[in-house]
Structure formats: C-alpha cells, structure tokens
Write a protein that binds this ligand. Structure first.
Ligand code: ZEM
Length: 266
C-alpha cells in the first residue's frame, strides 16, 4: 500500500514506537529505586512485590473479575481495603517512573516492578508481558475482602487461591515470597521480619523462634499436603525458583485482556 510518508515521518514514527515499547528503560529505572537507605531494610523490593501480588490477587476465576489489569488500587475504595495498608508506599515509590514514562500503564508498571524486584533480590526471572490497561472508574474495583487474611489457615488459603485457579503446589511456591520483606505493626498488625535476609530471595525455611511466622505461613507446615511440598522446595532451590517463576507469572496474567482477547497463556 502506498503512503505519503516521507523519510522524516518514518523516522518520527520509529522513534515514537521505540520509545513506547522500551520496557528495558523502565526496568532500569525500577532497579534504580530499589536501594532506598532509610526505608525498612534499605530496599523497596519487598513492598513492590507485595503491590504486584495484591494488584493481581483479587482475581476471581468464576466471574473473571479482579486481577492486575486495570490498576484499580489507584481508587480509594480498593486502596482502603485493610489488606492493602502500606501499599501507598510502593505506589509512591513508582510515581516518578510513571512520570518519566507516561506511556506505560500503571497496571504494567506495578506488575513489572514486582518482577524486576524479585530478579534484583536474587530470585528467578519471572515471565512478564506488557499490554495491561488502566480502568478509569472507581466502580471498576473488585469488592474488598478478596485477599487472604493472615490470621486464617489452610482452608482459607485454599479457598482464596483456588478461586484464582491455583493448585496446592503453586500455592506453596507463591507463599515462598515470604522469604523477602517483613511485617509492619501499623500496616497489618503483625510485627517483625520472617528472615534474617529480608532483601534476598531464597528458599530458606527458618523455624527459629526469634523470627515471626503468620498463622497462614504456619499452615504450610501443619497441613500434610502443603508440608510435603515445603520439604521439596527446602531441599531443591532450583525446583522452588522454577515453580515460583511460573506461578508468579501466571498470577500477573490473571484476568488480563489484550486487544479485547483473553491472553492467559504466556
Ligand atoms: Zn504476603 N503478607 N501474604 N504474600 N507478603 C505480608 C507481607 C508480604 C499474606 C499476608 O497476610 C501478609 C503472599 C501471600 C500472603 C509478600 C508477598 C506475598 C504481610 C505483612 C502479611 C500480613 C504486611 C505488613 O505488615 O507490611 C497472606 C495471608 C498470604 C497468603 C495466604 C504472596 C502469594 C506473595 C507474593 C508472591 C511480601 C513480599 C511481603 C513483605 C512486604 C514488605 O513490605 O516487606
């Protein structure tokens, strides 16, 4: 097909297109905001991973609602779900990057930040694809209360993660993320770190009394089926990293539509 584009127009178009697909530049900017002296253990990584998880973990496979598409935690209703307390820090850390790359959607930025943070903390490479769009109405928010409650144990965990479409093995792999970060009294009511290396992603399972464990984490050791998988991962870092990467990649794709199509497969 003939067009009237001149060479300059074509160059302008290529430059425009390149800039809007340059996710590597966004990744670099995310890496730069990870070290944050004075914040927690000196890294924004853990809270960025929690943001990606909470943005996606509202997914309900039965109604195909919720999930990371839409970035609806920008709205007061979802932001004020008690489960999301403290995630305003993560969203604020990312705001300058959104300003630098206004073409990226919040939904892509939040999920990509979680992926980059895991990688930079020594974790696996998680598959990630762009193309999420931001919803524009508060009424697009999923109902509050879909995220798991730390005070509950195996039945609740299964209810919540089966609703998203995960298996027991994927649940244990995902909860391995509690190898990074900590609890904050003013956010969840719980306090303290669950690892001596909160900024290193590992398969370390520490049952030391000095560290805290949520009832939900204890459930992984109490429930025989969960415990069996915990033991596999404790002995096989490679298996844990592989399974975590695919389960986290799957989590970030739940409910995502691109060009009007469901793209569940990576
Ligand atoms: Zn968490 N998580 N989580 N989690 N989580 C906290 C912190 C972090 C549960 C939960 O109640 C809590 C997954 C699953 C589950 C992270 C990632 C992932 C905290 C502490 C609580 C209470 C919050 C605070 O006080 O700041 C429950 C009940 C879960 C399932 C049953 C999954 C899945 C995750 C990712 C794949 C991370 C990285 C943190 C640390 C955040 C930080 O700021 O240090």
């Amino acid at each position: 097909r003939k067009t009237n584009l001149g060479v300059q127009d074509k160059c302008d178009f290529l430059e425009y297109y390149w800039e809007r697909t340059n996710y590597n530049a966004v990744r670099d900017s995310i890496k730069q905001i990870l070290p944050q002296p004075g914040y927690d253990d000196g890294s924004t990584g853990p809270v960025l991973v929690r943001l990606a998880w909470h943005a996606a973990g509202t997914y309900d496979m039965h109604t195909n609602t919720g999930g990371s598409n839409g970035a609806t935690m920008r709205f007061a209703m979802e932001a004020s779900d008690p489960a999301n307390a403290g995630l305003e820090y993560a969203r604020k850390f990312l705001e300058p990057i959104k300003h630098k790359f206004p073409w990226i959607s919040y939904a892509d930025l939040w999920t990509l930040a979680g992926v980059v943070a895991i990688e930079e903390m020594g974790g696996p490479v998680v598959p990630w694809k762009p193309g999420r769009t931001d919803k524009t109405q508060e009424s697009d928010c999923p109902p509050n209360g879909r995220l798991p409650d730390a005070a509950h144990t195996q039945q609740h965990i299964r209810d919540v993660f089966y609703r998203m479409g995960f298996t027991d093995r994927e649940i244990v792999a995902l909860m391995g993320a509690h190898t990074i970060g900590r609890c904050h009294k003013d956010r969840s009511g719980y306090d303290g770190p669950w690892t001596y290396t909160p900024t290193r992603f590992s398969n370390q399972l520490d049952e030391d009394d000095e560290l805290m464990m949520l009832p939900a984490d204890m459930a992984l050791i109490i429930d025989p089926k969960f415990r069996e998988i915990v033991n596999i991962y404790a002995q096989d870092k490679k298996a844990f990293f592989n399974d975590f990467a695919s389960a986290f990649g799957k989590l970030l794709e739940l409910g995502v539509t691109r060009n009007g199509n469901d793209v569940a497969k990576l």
